[in-house]
Design a protein around this ligand. Structure first.
Ligand code: DX5
Ligand code: ZN
Length: 216
């Protein structure tokens, strides 16, 4: 089963309620919620108060992507304020602190993911795979929507898929950045099952057709 997770980074924040409703109306599966702190990535986006508001208006699964340093400090709050799944970056802190974040998210009864930036080898996260519900492979440099897909990441997606198959077959494999119908086809054929789409979804004249095109 292929899941589509529209990223509200590309939504109209002055009309966020309507844009979130458009995700379920279009047959989207998850709300992808990008949190940026201006330190881990050179941009600032949305955080806890917005998550609380979004939680109140949707029953969709909220997929929080933390692009923040030292995620162990705030992971629990994101769980309490409405996340269904919280993904932390492998590069965001010392390994023991990334592990603390993962444990804290689990202790809240939420799903947990680990993400890798384009320059981080798949092998770096091997020991994390048994501990998480999802691996997120970034297919652009995190920080901004609307960038071009990095085709070099296809090999990494295959490598992660192989590790998942041998270590934790139930673990999901999500990709994020530059996803459109053409790149969706490629990432699916390399093993991805969960597709984040920001600009492609929100700029589409027909969002339902956009989801259908990504699912293929
Ligand atoms: C980038 C974010 C993405 C972004 C994707 O750092 O993590 O979720 O919204 O946007 P598109 O789909 O436009 O590349
Ligand atoms: Zn994201």
């Amino acid at each position: 089963m292929i899941r589509v997770a529209p990223s509200i980074l590309s939504a109209d924040f002055a009309a966020l309620g309507a844009d979130i409703r458009s995700i379920s109306d279009a047959g989207g599966d998850w709300v992808h919620f990008d949190v940026m702190d201006g330190l881990f990535v050179p941009n600032i986006s949305i955080g806890i108060p917005v998550l609380e508001s979004v939680r109140k208006i949707t029953d969709l699964f909220i997929d929080v992507h933390l692009m923040i340093v030292e995620p162990q400090n705030l992971a629990e709050v994101f769980c309490q304020k409405g996340a269904d799944l919280v993904t932390v970056h492998y590069e965001a802190a010392e390994e023991e602190n990334v592990l603390s974040a993962i444990k804290a998210i689990r202790a809240c009864g939420k799903k947990v993911g680990i993400s890798v930036k384009p320059a981080t080898p798949a092998e770096s996260i091997r020991s994390f795979i048994p501990l998480v519900d999802l691996v997120l492979v970034m297919t652009v440099e995190p920080g901004f929507g609307g960038q071009g897909f990095l085709y070099d990441m296809l090999e990494k997606i295959s490598e992660v898929k192989e590790m998942i198959n041998s270590l934790h077959p139930e673990c999901l494999l999500e990709v994020d950045g530059g996803i459109n119908p053409e790149t969706a086809e490629l990432v699916k054929s390399h093993g991805a099952d969960t597709l984040v789409a920001g600009s492609y979804f929100f700029k589409a004249p027909d969002r339902k057709a956009a989801v259908a095109a990504l699912k293929g």
